[in-house]
Design a binder for this molecule. Structure first.
Ligand code: SF4
Length: 506
């Protein structure tokens, strides 16, 4: 536990220093506030924000700025002056950012098997041994899952192969790619495939199939060889060596295919465990060395084996946040030296803060992604609210099973369970979130709330979910408050989003 957290923390404004009789409630649009260093951060529901000096903030809440004055124009430009808000323009803006509400789920996670040849100490999926072929998804169930996914009203569909190790059920993976591609010829969705794999069962023939069918490949890399192999235990060899071999080979194949290697690379994610905490620098260096441009500092979540191994691999939220700040500080330092690498979580938040984009990251949107952003398909045909929903199921609790592949899509989407999960995933339904300065950019994960606090609604004041996001937003806001022009250019570069068109099948 830290005595003095490295992360600069924000705090609420002390309103007792402001005279209530002088407040002008009609002057401002509804806003929330938080002290960031010596400045007052104000945000509104449109997603605008300003860092004001304490004097400017007093003048603002007292309604003193006059048209033509710099402060008035600054407030007006950020939609903080009620009578100057262009409602029609804001409605358009709202619609653009909330476009994910106008269609059904885009992400469809196919759990092709619960088997895995690795025994990762933190596995969130509660995998079983390779002999348990009874946990494989059959071709018939897979086809019905594809049929259900295609009923989504979303124009874009991503079928993501998960496990266990999904390549252990290779014939069904292959069949899903061919079946969905064929089916789409008469439908015309913007279809893509993604594979989450440990790469230990890869061979040249399989790679050729994946590249030919434009399947995006994502993997897990926990850091240098000793750290990776210690956590991601593989009795059949050196999992780190095999991983790096295949990552380099795939990146080389992308290059040979003429793809821009600035954007087309194998995506790798680390899972942060206790042994990772002191090794932030080596982890970043390892990612850069194997050709990654992005690192997602994924925290250990209370699902699957991670719940069992929390005593040896777990850590407090303060310890994670110290690790996060050390790592991102180092990433920023590398960027200043010309190395292009970013932290994915920060990049998602900066997209919202700096360029007013909604990247539709399902854990950080409101309502959350359960059911209406993603669906998870288990080998037995069960349909779950999300990845995390089926992680909870693998722990013996079917709370998030909303139906099966034989159900009607409309019934699934309008069921009482789906509606309850969507309602619980709204920031506007959370007592603490409604008065939080980060509400316009934050989000909920109902499965995490349920697993950690026993209720899909959670209780943000005592929630590690909230603490993590509030602290990372605080960290970024302090960085933005002190950034010079070259740092701002770096942060804006992190927000550059390019559609990876190559992976669109049709
Ligand atoms: S979860 Fe926490 S940080 Fe996020 S909006 Fe709610 S109160 Fe704020």
């Amino acid at each position: 536990m830290l005595d003095a957290p490295l992360l600069p923390r924000g705090r609420q404004v002390d309103f007792t220093t402001l005279a209530p009789e002088r407040w002008a409630p009609d002057f401002a649009t509804p806003f929330n506030q938080r002290m960031i260093g010596g400045k007052v951060l104000v945000t509104n529901d449109f997603g605008d924000w300003l860092l004001l000096t304490p004097d400017e903030f007093c003048s603002f809440v007292e309604g003193r700025p006059q048209p033509g004055e710099p402060l008035y124009e600054k407030l007006r430009g950020a939609s903080f002056i009620a009578k100057a808000v262009d409602i029609a323009a804001q409605a358009q803006r709202w619609r653009r950012k909330k476009q994910y509400l106008f269609h059904g789920p885009t992400l469809h996670g196919f759990v092709l098997t619960h088997r895995c040849n690795l025994v990762c100490q933190y596995c969130h999926s509660s995998v079983v041994g390779m002999e348990r072929t009874d946990t494989d998804m059959s071709r018939e169930v897979a086809e019905r899952a594809v049929d259900l996914a295609f009923q989504s009203t979303a124009r874009g569909l991503t079928i993501e192969f998960q496990g266990g190790e999904p390549t252990a059920n290779w014939d069904v993976l292959r069949h899903v790619v061919e079946y969905a591609t064929h089916k789409n010829r008469g439908i015309g969705k913007v279809l893509s495939f993604a594979l989450v794999t440990n790469l230990t069962l890869m061979d040249d023939e399989r790679l050729a199939f994946l590249l030919d069918h434009k399947v995006q490949i994502c993997t897990s890399l926990d850091g240098p060889a000793d750290l990776h192999n210690k956590i991601r235990v593989f009795k059949g060899g050196n999992s780190h060596e095999m991983l790096v071999y295949w990552m380099r080979k795939i990146n080389e194949r992308y290059r040979e295919m003429g793809l821009d290697t600035n954007h087309y690379r194998v995506e790798a994610l680390p899972t942060i465990t206790r042994p990772s905490l002191s090794r932030w620098k080596e982890i970043v260096d390892e990612f850069v060395a194997v050709g990654c441009r992005a690192i997602f500092l994924r925290k250990l979540d209370p699902f699957g084996f991670a719940a069992r191994s929390a005593k040896t691999l777990g850590y407090s939220m303060d310890e994670y946040l110290e690790f996060y700040a050390n790592t991102v500080d180092y990433i920023i330092e590398l960027n200043r030296q010309g190395v292009q690498v970013m932290e994915r979580h920060a990049a998602i938040m900066l997209n919202k803060i700096l360029i007013d984009e909604e990247p539709n990251f399902l854990d950080l949107r409101t309502p959350g992604g359960a059911c209406i952003g993603q669906l998870g398909y288990a080998p037995d045909g069960g349909v779950y609210s999300s990845d995390e929903g089926r992680f909870v199921a693998a722990m013996g609790d079917d709370m998030f099973r909303i139906g099966s592949v034989d159900d009607d899509y409309r019934q699934l989407m309008t069921s009482a369970a789906t509606r309850a999960l969507v309602m619980a995933g709204l920031n506007d339904a959370q007592p603490d979130c409604v008065s939080c300065v980060y509400k316009p950019w934050c989000g909920q994960q109902v499965e995490y709330n349920y697993k950690t606090q026993g209720s899909i609604h959670g209780h943000m004041r005592d929630s590690n979910w909230c603490k993590k996001h509030k602290s990372v937003f605080d960290y970024l806001m302090h960085k933005l408050a002190s950034a010079d022009e070259s740092d701002m250019e770096m942060f804006r570069r992190w927000t550059t989003n390019r559609t990876l068109d190559h992976f669109i099948v049709q």
